[in-house]
Write a protein that binds this ligand. Structure first.
Ligand code: TXA
Ligand code: MG
Length: 321
């Protein structure tokens, strides 16, 4: 957690300061900004030094490629080749919490560091109005992983970013809490293959693609969101807990009530929006109460529940050295 000293050096910008936020990115700086999924740690995707600073700020191994954010599908076509199926998916789900992995287009102009030297690029058009206004003002593709230290919980509020990354960023654009609360769903476009469960339920994509091949095995892929241990709070996490225990803060769901409840009515969309925020909050509560565990109630494995359980399993997995 950042000290007060560190916090003082982070510039938190209001939505009315959008032009200054865009200037940070255009000047090669790092700006954390809100999308509908989670806060992103943004840098100019055409500027290799800015992209390198993203990796340094996150403490992320640099071979992992980043998601490139653009303002509309026309900007996406300038950097990637979208085949007819990708075009259909873009028309249906952009702007929104879907990332498409597609072949790079010649003359794309992106720093090689963004794609980790691959011949494909992960692109998305975020839906959050503030993110769209920012991308329009910047006029360049913006590389942005989730705005958290590598391996830690993603940020769904500006304060999460300030506490975690502190002075490692040049500014944090505060757009309030993220409405979706889970990272985007990642789909390889050709042939369609699900690489990461996320804020868009796979069932919705399958209405367009038919049954999807899945490639989301923890630990198999080098991508950080696919590591077995990821999204980890400081406290150890236990899953599928149905009653409060004296050694833990319980995050409830539906009828299993805890100190916090992801959704009292058992709504998975509401639970997704609360997930990372409540993991942050439970971590703080557990520290105050001096208990070693965060317990989480069972979540059904359907729709957004699959993405929620994916993040929870990684939060609960044995930690890497
Ligand atoms: O919701 C989100 O997706 C957030 C917001 C900020 O947009 N971003 C995010 O980025 O979650 P990040 O860097 O935490 O996750 C990027 C994922 C990684 O798992 C990475 O390996 C994968 O995208 N990725 C990027 N380029 C890829 C490529 N060419 N092929 C396959 N996977 C790729
Ligand atoms: Mg992440």
């Amino acid at each position: 957690m950042a000290s007060t000293e560190t916090r003082r050096h982070v510039r938190v910008l209001r939505p009315s300061e959008l032009a200054e936020a865009a200037d940070i990115l255009r000047g090669g700086g790092l700006l954390a900004f809100p999308t509908e999924t989670v806060y992103g740690l943004g840098g100019d995707a055409t500027d290799g030094v800015a992209v390198a600073r993203i990796f340094a700020a996150k403490g992320r191994p640099s071979f992992n490629p980043l998601i490139v954010h653009v303002g509309d599908v026309a900007a996406a076509r300038r950097i990637a080749v979208l085949d007819p199926l990708a075009e259909d998916l873009a028309a249906r789900f952009w702007p929104g919490p879907l990332t498409l992995v597609a072949p790079l287009r010649a003359g794309h102009g992106l720093s090689g560091l963004v794609t980790g030297g691959l011949d494909t690029v992960a692109i998305r058009v975020p839906a959050a109005p503030l993110a769209r206004a920012l991308l329009a003002a910047v006029g360049r593709p913006v590389a942005a992983p989730s705005a958290n230290t590598s391996g830690r919980i993603s940020a769904t509020r500006a304060t999460h970013v300030v506490d975690d990354l502190g002075a490692a960023v040049d500014g944090v654009l505060d757009g309030g809490p993220c409405p979706v609360g889970l990272e985007s769903t990642i789909l390889a476009a050709t042939p369609p293959r699900l690489l990461r469960e996320g804020g868009l339920a796979a069932e919705e994509i399958e209405e367009v693609t038919g049954p999807l091949a899945r490639d989301v095995t923890p630990g198999r892929v080098q991508a950080p969101g696919q590591l077995a241990s990821h999204y980890a709070p400081q406290r150890l996490v236990r899953l599928g807990v149905t009653a409060a225990q004296p050694d833990a803060v319980l995050i409830g769901f539906g009828p299993v009530d805890g100190t916090l409840n992801l959704s009292g009515g058992g709504d998975l969309t509401e639970a997704a929006a609360n997930l990372f925020d409540y993991l942050h909050a439970a971590d703080r509560l557990a520290a105050v109460q001096a208990v070693p565990f965060i317990d989480v109630a069972p979540i059904p494995e359907i729709g957004l529940g699959r993405a929620i359980n994916d993040r929870l399993r990684r939060a609960a997995a044995p930690r890497q050295a």
